[in-house]
Write a protein that binds this ligand. Sequence first.
Ligand code: ADP
Ligand code: MG
Length: 220
Amino acid sequence: MLSLSNFHNFSTGHLEVISGPMFSGKTEELIRRVRRAQIARVKVQVFRPSIDNRYNDKDVVSHSSQSIEAIPVKNSNDIWHRIKDSTRIVAIDEVQFFDNEIIKVVTKLTNRGHRLICAGLDLDYRAKPFGPMPALLAMADEIVKVHAICTICGGIATRSQRVVNSKAQLLVGATEAYEARCRAHFEYSETETEEDRQEQELLNVTTENANPTNNSLQIN
Ligand code: ADP
Ligand code: MG
């Protein structure tokens, strides 16, 4: 299949979004693209949100233990300020964890002529669109939807099933808390009790307060 990303010498900016559920190979695909760029001796900077503390501080690591050096950042503006003059390609893993400012940062970088490679969850554990992902997917020049394998039936998994009891949209550092599931085997009750609603409101407030720059992570 002809893919725009096979060409690295774009004269204009270019946005590639890799999305899908957990365990679908988003990070592997990001690493693959970054390595190809490095082989072509194109200067790449890789970023990831520092909130994702599953692995060591300096790397992006896939579930299959592939890794690549990355810069952990607290918020999207940090990415903007850390771009070096020589950087041609900007890769961002777990992009769904960033605040909505990431949409502006990605737009500015693309307009400035950078190639952007963003990988992130399209849906949260409720199968609802995750944070800035709908906007990034809409703005993308190229979208790659990757799939995992359903842990129940071995079919194509497009959903991330939370297998522990928590209502926070952000539950990182706990891959054992999720399983890849197909549509048929994904379970989430849409009916929200008053208790659920109150708990969600509390979580929103807690997360906003936790971020002094007000680049709060959206929980909705
Ligand atoms: P993502 O970034 O989308 O969470 P990764 O790139 O980190 O995914 O990891 C993908 C790898 O996860 C696969 O190559 C495979 O080795 C492993 N894996 C573990 N569970 C599954 C699953 N249910 N379906 C597919 N791959 C899985
Ligand atoms: Mg990943």
